[in-house]
Write a protein that binds this ligand. Structure first.
Ligand code: ACM
Length: 639
């Protein structure tokens, strides 16, 4: 009897908890620390006031919400309006005494049928509470125009939320391809929806110098311009001498200030990157005397031609600043004086990656420097350079950060390390008690392909959403206190425009957002992919492009061990619950064709395997037409 009662009570308990927490229409990314779904909805009245108190930061956030609500709803949404007859059912409140649980960026959000209250210790928390609130509204809230016949309801919830990491970044390379200040602002608008708080602005590289430095005008009059090419960046022909160098652009210092102010209003810090001593061809095109070879036969700003041999790590063109030239440090002092005055953020990123030493090795000046300073190898030469640059950065009141190559040859005393070549650099730096930001290629490189190269714009590596989602910023055995957080990196060699930029960002940046904000215990791949589908619908309304690669079929060809020279092909999908249909007869598969259930072997003389995914009887992924010859090659078999 007791047992029966216990089972009954357990069932009731499970049911109760389930109804409190489960609601398929709620899809917040990143997943909050705690979200309890209560019964009922808040219905937005057609005239509403946001009570925002008297903190200027909070009032500004309320004004952002007012704008965001007014456009799609067409309703009157005022802020701190005591004169109008409006319902003051939305309130933003700063806590009078600190709520220790939620810290500086956390918030509590309470939605009841009567009111919406966001409370926080700091305005930043109110801002993130607002992002969660917006994701609770119908997707049409993302519309840039008025939408009729929508019931603007918000489900009743109680949310307590705060970030796992203080550094939640995205890197945007505006050097390989230039993006205007408006495009950068749009980038910021999208990233903050998912509670990112840091834009790493990659401002200089071989193909462009994008920031006005008033004391060095040629950096932008020369360094910001190259020859327009489309196709496969890195393989283009070196431009002819008479080809117009009119492609590119740069930000004036006023532009930079405007973007920084804009970012600040969205609680985003901007980390500027000046990438030296390698990746400096644009600077060298402007001031050839800064390279060890003196810019012999001045190559000009890169236009996507081959300037490095990536297999042998050989520089074909000298794109390094010369560490043995005192004028280089004078140059960097000038650059950093202006950069430090412009950017309020505490760090300046000084690059340090992929400094192929070919021209340093050939330089008598570098040899003399090595002798004078007792430097044993080229890594120590780079370390000498980094340590001097760190001193310049610090003399401007800033902290020095670099890519993990700055570890080679000895890390500068106070340097923070951004670990990109996997996680080992981050581990090493943290063990040396240096600050670390994790941005490993293996998980967060947003320039990599998201699906099979048969259907993706080609780049040399693939990074699928499920791998990105498994990003863990704190490696095993590392003291978490040295890990500031993580970020995704969007390099733009193959990104020529905003639509493709968005395609590469989303949904992988949704995954990264959850990795750097949400508690580890809250991550769940299946529920994440469902939330991504909701996010896609919102992006459709917002007219933001994204990749649906997570629905594509995946081919895993291997040598069939049991039969010589034979191929075994496994098919799979990232998203669970999809059906896979295939053909070997060159016709297009649909759900009347064979359904994949176990590894395939290739019928004699078949040349093409065509595969498509379905869900609930409807096609969902792209059809991939895969030549058998390609699968054989991938499996290491001869054709
Ligand atoms: C890098 O990806 N070269 C930092």
């Amino acid at each position: 009897m007791k047992k029966t009662f216990f089972i009954f009570a357990m069932q009731f308990f499970v049911l109760f908890v389930f109804s409190q927490t489960e609601n398929s229409s709620i899809a917040i990314i990143p997943e909050p620390v705690s979200l309890i779904k209560n019964t009922g909805n808040f219905i937005l009245p057609s005239a509403i006031n946001i009570a925002a108190g008297n903190n200027q930061g909070v009032i500004a956030i309320a004004e952002q919400l007012s704008k965001q609500l007014t456009v799609p709803t067409g309703y009157k949404v005022s802020v701190n309006d005591k004169t109008q007859k409006t319902s003051s059912a939305i309130s933003f409140k700063l806590n009078s005494s600190e709520d220790k649980t939620i810290g500086n960026e956390g918030y509590k959000l309470e939605v009841t049928p009567q009111h919406i209250i966001i409370s926080a210790n700091k305005p930043a928390g109110i801002f993130y509470g607002m992002q969660t609130l917006l994701q609770l509204f119908p997707k049409e809230i993302e519309s840039k125009a008025a939408v009729k016949n929508i019931k603007w309801i918000v489900p009743c919830v109680a949310v307590t939320d705060y970030p796992r990491f203080g550094w939640r970044g995205l890197m945007f390379d505006v050097a390989r391809h230039f993006f205007t200040k408006q495009q950068v602002k749009d980038f910021i608008d999208e990233m903050v929806k998912y509670k990112y708080n840091l834009l790493h602005w990659h401002l200089t590289d071989d193909e462009g110098w994008r920031i006005e430095i008033k004391s060095l005008p040629k950096l932008t009059s020369v360094g910001a311009w190259n020859v327009k090419r489309v196709g496969y960046f890195g393989t283009f022909k070196t431009p002819d001498a008479d080809e117009p160098r009119d492609y590119g652009g740069f930000y004036t210092q006023d532009d930079i200030k405007e973007v920084i102010e804009y970012a600040k209003s969205k609680y985003v810090n901007i980390l500027p990157e000046i990438d030296v001593p390698g990746h400096s061809l644009a600077a060298i095109a402007a001031y050839p005397e800064l390279s060890c070879s003196g810019g012999v036969g001045n190559h000009g700003v890169g236009s996507g031609e081959e300037i490095k041999d990536w297999n042998t790590h050989t520089a074909l063109v000298d794109d390094n600043l010369c560490p043995a030239n005192e004028n280089v440090y004078v140059f960097l002092d000038k650059v950093l004086t202006e950069v430090a005055q412009l950017f309020p953020f505490e760090y300046i990123h000084m690059g340090g990656d992929e400094t192929f030493k070919t021209f340093w090795e050939r330089s008598d000046a570098v040899k003399a420097l090595m002798q004078k300073e007792g430097l044993k190898n080229m890594e120590e030469v780079q370390s000498y350079f980094s340590k001097r640059v760190e001193k310049i950065v610090e003399s401007k009141g800033k902290k020095f950060m670099g890519w993990d190559e700055i570890l080679e040859g000895g890390l500068a005393p106070n340097a923070a390390v951004m670990s990109w070549q996997g996680i080992k650099g981050g581990i090493k730096a943290a063990q040396m008690k240096h600050e670390v930001v994790m941005s490993p290629t293996t998980f967060v490189y947003l320039d990599y392909m998201q699906s099979d190269s048969m259907v993706e714009p080609y780049i040399y590596a693939t990074l699928r959403l499920n791998t990105t989602y498994s990003f863990e910023p704190v490696p095993d055995g590392v003291d978490e206190k040295y890990i500031k957080g993580g970020q995704g990196n969007l390099w733009t060699e193959q990104v020529y425009n905003t639509r493709h930029m968005q395609y590469m960002l989303w949904p992988r940046s949704l995954a990264i957002a959850e990795c750097v904000w949400s508690p580890k215990s809250k991550k769940n791949w299946d529920s994440f992919t469902k939330k991504v589908e909701s996010a896609f619908k919102r992006m459709d309304v917002a007219q933001v492009k994204y990749s649906r690669a997570m629905f594509d079929p995946i081919f895993t060809p291997t040598k069939d061990a049991s039969v010589s020279d034979s191929l075994k092909i496994e098919l799979s999908t990232e998203v669970n619950g999809l059906d896979i249909y295939y053909t070997f007869d060159n016709s297009h598969p649909d759900n009347f064709y064979p359904k994949y259930t176990s590894p395939l072997t290739v019928p004699k003389q078949a040349v093409m395997l065509k595969v498509i995914t379905y869900r609930d009887g409807k096609p969902i992924g792209r059809q991939i037409d895969m030549p058998v010859s390609v699968l054989r090659k991938r499996a290491g078999l001869k054709n």
